[in-house]
Design a protein around this ligand. Structure first.
Ligand SMILES: NC(=O)c1ccc[n+]([C@@H]2O[C@H](COP(=O)([O-])OP(=O)(O)OC[C@H]3O[C@@H](n4cnc5c(N)ncnc54)[C@H](O)[C@@H]3O)[C@@H](O)[C@H]2O)c1
Length: 356
């Protein structure tokens, strides 16, 4: 297969590209604008492979997309390109509307135009796989409730509203134009190559640097964590095996309070990086509670029964095994960290956590 992947230089996209190049014979065209979150360093393991190519392209650029479809002739599209950080969506929603909604619209139109030029088996086998988030469902009140594929959408942040909007566009392009789509909504991912603005890498790297570990509100927010390589395997399974028009929720059955995640990282660091920065008795002493994010969702949790039953997918990592691997990866890859921490990123962190 020839697979056009958008956002392949990002956290999850790069895991998908590495998974496909290393475990299948498929070809990949990675289409990525390379925003602050895109990093070609994350593809070093595969970028010399002859089945991999890269194009620095904005998904909002329809003319460029049409050229790429014409030249590459993909059998499938996996759409991961997005603005993905909730805090950034609150301080500046415009990019989220542009990429997540308009960009998805342009990609759908480029895909539809290309798909209409196909015939026979190539046309019926074509897939447009839209990768989305469980945040489109809003938050859960009861401790027993879980998100199902049928849970009504109730997004809370500009990020989740823009992703919900893109999901609706994708479903409409299927129903109205017959575009053969599949859709997945996943819980919070963690693992190697995660950009250091997100909770887990931020805490690991701040702790190692002896900086405060910012926790929003009282840290009681619950997230359902999935190791990124488990997500990449699930996405490939859905793209190749799911029936057209299906939606799958993907989750790790690993519900954790944010504060417990931070404490678990501190415990792992005590063991794996015992030489602490000067003046720090315990990593946990660095925990600092900061003003909560406006509209912060309290709990997300996925019911991943459907993907298990239909496609026989279950995660391989527990939170304990995955977190240990992740902490060790950051300890072993300080060069990658230094490379991604550009001046723009530093400025953003200073502004975001000014009261920490
Ligand atoms: N991170 C999570 O926990 C999580 C969970 C569920 C779903 N998702 C979804 O998975 C997808 C990937 O998430 P991620 O965490 O890897 O994001 P990320 O922010 O790490 O990467 C996004 C990538 O998209 C690229 N990009 C952004 N705007 C673009 C544009 N206009 N044109 C082309 N490329 C552009 C960036 O350069 C970057 O490489 C997103 O759609 C996100 O909504 C993420």
């Amino acid at each position: 297969m020839k697979i056009l992947i958008t956002g392949g230089a990002g956290f999850i996209g790069s895991a998908v590209v590495r998974h496909i190049i290393q475990n299948t014979n498929n070809e990949v065209l990675n289409v990525d604008k390379l925003t602050y979150a895109g990093n070609l360093e994350s593809l070093k393991e595969v970028d010399q492979n002859e089945r991999y190519q890269f194009s620095q392209t904005d998904i909002c650029d329809r003319i460029a997309l049409d050229e790429l479809f014409k030249d590459f002739q993909p059998d499938a599209v996996m759409h991961l390109a997005a603005e993905s950080h909730v805090d950034r969506s609150i301080s500046g929603p415009a990019d989220f509307i542009e990429t997540n909604i308009i960009g998805t619209y342009q990609l759908l139109e480029a895909s539809r135009y290309y798909w209409n030029t196909l015939a026979g088996e190539k046309k019926s086998a074509f897939r447009f796989h839209h990768i989305s988030t469980d945040e489109v469902y809003g938050d859960l009140e009861g401790t027993e409730d879980l998100f199902l594929e049928t849970t009504p959408y109730a997004p809370s942040s500009p990020y989740s509203a823009s992703k919900a909007s893109s999901d609706h566009l994708v479903c409409a392009w299927h129903r109205t134009y017959g575009l053969p789509i599949v859709l997945t909504n996943c819980s919070n991912n963690y693992g190697p190559y995660h950009f250091p603005e997100k909770l887990i890498p931020l805490v690991i790297l701040n702790a190692l640097a002896g900086k405060s570990l910012p926790v929003y509100g009282n840290g009681a927010q619950i997230r359902d964590w999935l190791y990124v390589e488990d997500h990449a395997r699930a996405l490939y399974k859905v793209m190749t095996e799911a029936k057209v028009g299906e939606t799958y929720n993907i989750g790790g059955h690993n519900e954790q309070k944010n504060i417990d995640v931070v404490k678990s990282i501190c415990e792992l660091l005590e063991e794996l990086a015992p030489n602490k920065p000067e003046g720090i008795a315990q990593y946990q002493d660095l925990i600092t509670y900061v003003t909560d994010r406006p509209g912060h969702d309290l709990r997300y949790a996925i019911d991943a029964t459907k993907i298990k039953q239909d496609l026989n997918w279950v995660p391989e990592e527990t939170f304990k095994t995955g977190l240990r691997k992740t902490v060790q990866w950051y300890l072993d890859h300080q060069d990658w960290v230094r490379n991604v921490q550009s001046g723009e990123y530093q400025n953003w962190v200073i502004q975001q956590y000014a009261n920490a």
